[in-house]
Write a protein that binds this ligand. Structure first.
Ligand code: BGC
Length: 692
């Protein structure tokens, strides 16, 4: 096919027909394919800002909090089925950028602050999506960790940090799940636009990771099409009326661009079209499939719900005939997703108010408590507060639903602080003083600061932006029909000033310097031994779990593999789920390493009293650090420790393991060995400067 295409036709394949389609080559029988956002449902536009209804699944923050690759795979497969039925060949997701700062406006679209959690769940998403034949697009490569200035800022990140944190999730997804597409990011990485960055798009992505698919630009992020093609970008989206196609043709004719580069990209596009075309043939969704998707969205939302604190007030007993005050506008006007390109037109949605009323009838009294979210969030309406206080005083328990206003969490800009709106904070303080047990439900796609009211609340529930079934799912959790299955994929800090990027975010004069290096997320708080409000990995269940009999085998010197096994027992009286988290405390190394890092995890569901042996294998990379001097992953010989726990701060068991090198392997260069090299380099540099 490639040989039969003219240069103009090949160039035309490499940019969009419009916002969503690739260009066909009708003469040669090459059809166009349709790309749609993602990631938590299909946004198949019919005209600008109007899209077909689709099941709105929990957003990525929520999916990240499930710590459940099988569930994420099922959700992605459901989204894939809906995409195919709407004629969509490629979904523009998952987004797996690391949550470097809780302020990033797009955090609700990302999975976690941690590369292992993001990578494992991102790979599961791609596998699920592509099991339906629809192509997945992992985005945004790379270091797109803030929205402010995203079109021009340069993320200035040292190579070790890129490799260990910001590229690691992409590497795992590309090497284990083979996504059809990778999307380059808007920002520059170390000065070079991602869409035109040969180190990123060719050296790392293709030569090192072996990526076989196509690279698509983020929408309107190509500044020089010829440079982008040379760097390894294949498809410019959306189309710009063929203007840049003509530039490609001219560059080839002028001998400035090797036609082989155009051929290579055209071949990737032809391969993509070939691979995804069958997906949409004969896909129909009947009512029973849609009902299954709705049920899955509800199960996923419950499984994402994080019970942050509970003095025993939860679960509520539906048979106890308690009078419940349900306070907070979000209980009636649900926030189910964030703003921007990910926004899905949901197939329906019902509120927590409806869900509880259906269950408890007149026992539930609803009052808004604070002004509508489009109002000035700082406006405190005393009438609303007084009415809420009255209702709470006359009740046995109160559920107070608070969260971030809709316009605060969006693509295109960041949050400016971590606070809940002032009106909600005042409401919470006043209600906490009533003495009625308070269950506070937080609706947000990212961490918020929990104020002084936190200590007085009987329970605190992080409900995220949990998609169209958020209301019924929350009722399932509050009434104990579902165990709160979520664990935090991001730390809830005490204050903004504590967060890792605080002093270097959002950057200045076009550069965001990632000064905290590899100390991102729990690595930062642990290295600094800082108190946090709720640590990474935290989340309570309605039952209790015990960890026993941790066994850590000897390291295989060749592969670096280390077998790990432990027994998890549900010691409580109800069925429930837990996430076994395996952290490695590294052996001493010639570089600064975090005290411990998440390396593996397993979600287990156990009946009351049930025990299960959980077996996992750690590997070389789980003990290694990236050695920029040798350009490879190095492990340092010495004693490391494998610790297992229920969060990064609730570590239950640990066993030392001796890290050994393969026979004959050279240890990473020591500082003493590096010194002469560095001195030689600086001598050469002085000489070069003198000559200049
Ligand atoms: C976003 C991408 C999205 C694309 C298409 C861009 O603004 O950054 O994530 O896929 O638009 O809507």
């Amino acid at each position: 096919m490639l040989a039969s295409l003219t240069l103009e036709e090949k160039a035309s394949l490499l940019s969009g027909l419009d916002r969503w389609r690739t260009k066909p080559v009708e003469r040669a029988g090459v059809p166009s394919v349709w790309l749609s956002d993602g990631p938590h449902g299909v946004r198949r536009e019919t005209e600008p800002d109007v899209s077909l209804p689709a099941t709105a699944f929990p957003t990525s923050s929520a999916l990240g909090a499930t710590w459940d690759p099988e569930l994420v795979e099922q959700v992605a497969a459901a989204i894939g089925r809906e995409a195919a039925a709407q004629g969509v060949h490629v979904m523009l997701g998952p987004g797996i950028n690391i949550k470097r700062t809780p302020l990033c406006g797009r955090n609700f679209e990302y999975l976690a602050e941690d590369p292992v959690l993001s990578g494992v769940l991102g790979a599961a998403y791609v596998r699920g999506m592509q099991s339906t034949g629809v192509g997945a697009t992992v985005k945004h490569l790379a270091a797109n960790n803030q929205e402010n200035g995203r079109h021009w800022m340069s993320s200035e990140v040292d190579e070790r940090t890129l490799r260990e944190v910001y590229l690691a999730a992409f590497e795992r997804v590309v090497t284990t799940a083979a996504p059809r597409l990778v999307m380059s990011s808007y920002n520059r990485v170390n000065g070079v636009h991602s869409s035109q960055n040969p180190w990123l798009l060719t050296h790392v992505l293709r030569d090192e990771w072996g990526f076989q698919g196509a690279v698509v630009s983020d929408w309107i992020s190509v500044h020089d099409r010829v440079a982008a093609l040379r760097a390894g970008l294949d498809l410019e989206m959306p189309g710009v009326d063929g203007v840049t196609d003509a530039e490609v043709v001219v560059a080839v004719r002028a001998g400035e661009l090797d036609e082989a580069i155009v051929d290579r990209a055209a071949l990737r596009l032809l391969a993509l079209v070939d691979a995804v075309l069958p997906a949409v043939q004969g896909q129909v969704l009947d009512d029973s499939v849609l009902a299954d998707h709705r049920a899955l969205a509800r199960r996923a939302a419950a499984d994402a719900t994080v019970l942050l604190a509970n003095d025993g007030v939860l679960p509520l007993d539906p048979a106890a005939a308690q009078r419940i005050a349900l306070i907070g506008r979000f209980a009636d006007e649900p926030r189910i997703q964030g703003r921007g390109s990910a926004c899905v037109n949901p197939r329906g949605q019902s509120s927590i108010r409806e869900a509880l009323a259906a269950e408890l009838g007149d026992l539930v009294t609803y009052l808004p408590g604070y002004p509508a979210h489009d109002d000035d969030p700082a406006r405190i309406d005393e009438h609303l507060v007084d009415a809420a206080v009255g209702a709470v005083r006359g009740s046995d328990a109160a559920i107070v639903v608070v969260g971030l206003p809709d316009h605060v969490e969006s693509e295109g800009y960041d949050r400016t602080h971590l606070e809940l709106p002032a009106a909600q904070q005042v409401l919470l303080e006043v209600l906490a003083a009533t003495g009625t047990p308070l269950v506070v439900v937080l609706v947000s796609g990212s961490a918020v600061r929990l104020g002084e009211w936190h200590g007085a609340a009987s329970a605190v529930v992080q409900a995220w932006l949990a998609g169209q079934e958020a209301g019924p799912a929350l009722a399932d959790v509050l009434l104990g029909r579902a165990d709160p299955g979520g664990r935090l994929g991001e730390t809830f800090p005490l204050r903004l000033e504590d967060t890792p990027a605080h002093l270097s975010y959002p950057g200045e004069r076009g550069r965001a310097r990632y000064a905290e290096g590899v100390f991102v997320g729990h690595r930062w708080y642990d290295a600094r031994r800082m108190e946090v409000r709720h640590p990474f990995g935290h989340g309570l269940s309605y039952t209790t779990f015990d960890y026993t009999a941790l066994e850590v085998g000897a390291m295989d010197p060749e592969s670096g593999d280390v077998p790990v096994a432990l027994t998890v027992t549900n010691t409580g009286g109800r069925p429930g789920s837990d996430v076994v988290q395996v952290y490695v405390e590294p052996a001493a190394a010639p570089v600064a390493r975090p005290p411990r890092e998440l390396k593996a995890f397993r979600k287990v569901r156990l009946e009351a009293g049930e025990s299960r042996r959980v077996e996992l294998t750690l590997s070389h990379r789980d003990f290694a650090w990236y050695d920029v001097d040798s350009g490879s992953w190095a492990r340092s010989a010495g004693i490391a420790r494998v610790v297992v726990g229920r969060s990064s701060r609730d570590l239950r068991l640990g066993v030392d393991v001796e890290v050994v090198l393969p026979p004959g392997a050279a240890a990473p260069a020591t500082d003493a060995e590096l010194e002469p090299r560095a001195l030689a380099w600086s001598a050469g540099e002085s000489e070069r400067r003198r000559v200049r």
